[in-house]
Design a protein. Structure first.
Length: 196
């Protein structure tokens, strides 16, 4: 780096307060392998959501600004590879939506609401990303992608799904992955990680 670049960088750092504002946002991230079980009709994930902050005194009662929830093995049937049946995907979305409402939207004095920013599925791998509705206009460049790594590198029973977006001026990417299981599959998992 040249001396002029160093000087410019130093000057910019000295005046950072003039053009930069830092804010603290809270993100809740969870993942759950449901082992191809049907969604119980009245299940809520409240205990799971609340445990995320219960042991961190500084974060108690903090309502997240972003919530990312990933599931694996929502559908491992042979038919899931052939046609895209959205029923299980919709069932899990309904459960996550109800849980968010019960944990954060109902009975709060701030009238906080969440909006589904994006959802993406690859066979049995599913990812939902919600944001507080007040932040929705500041979520731009939203995109998603899937990467299958199953049988012969093309089957979607293993792999990853991702959602990427710009949140204000920060790029964020959530990836939900499902790798090969078993003690002898370490190399394969590492390869799949690098592929995703």
């Amino acid at each position: 780096m040249s001396n002029s670049s160093n000087r410019l960088e130093l000057r910019l750092k000295e005046r950072e307060d003039e053009y930069t504002r830092y804010e603290q946002f809270y993100v809740l991230v969870g993942t759950f392998n449901v082992n191809n079980k049907s969604t119980p009709p009245n299940i809520l994930l409240e205990q799971w959501f609340s445990q995320a902050t219960e042991n961190r005194e500084s974060e108690k009662n903090k309502i997240p600004d972003i919530i990312a929830v990933g599931f694996q093995e929502i559908d491992t049937s042979g038919g899931a590879y052939i046609y895209d049946d959205k029923k299980k995907e919709d069932d899990w979305e309904r459960i996550v939506r109800k849980t968010i409402a019960a944990c954060y939207e109902e009975n709060n004095t701030e009238n906080i609401q969440f909006t589904l920013l994006n959802r993406i599925k690859l066979v049995g791998i599913l990812l939902f990303v919600y944001v507080r509705s007040t932040h929705l206009a500041k979520c731009t460049l939203v995109s998603n992608s899937t990467v299958p790594t199953g049988f012969m590198g093309i089957a979607g029973n293993k792999g990853g799904v991702g959602v990427r977006f710009r949140f204000y001026e920060t790029d964020i990417c959530f990836v939900n992955s499902h790798f090969a299981s078993g003690d002898g599959q370490k190399e394969r998992r590492n390869e799949d990680y690098l592929t995703i």
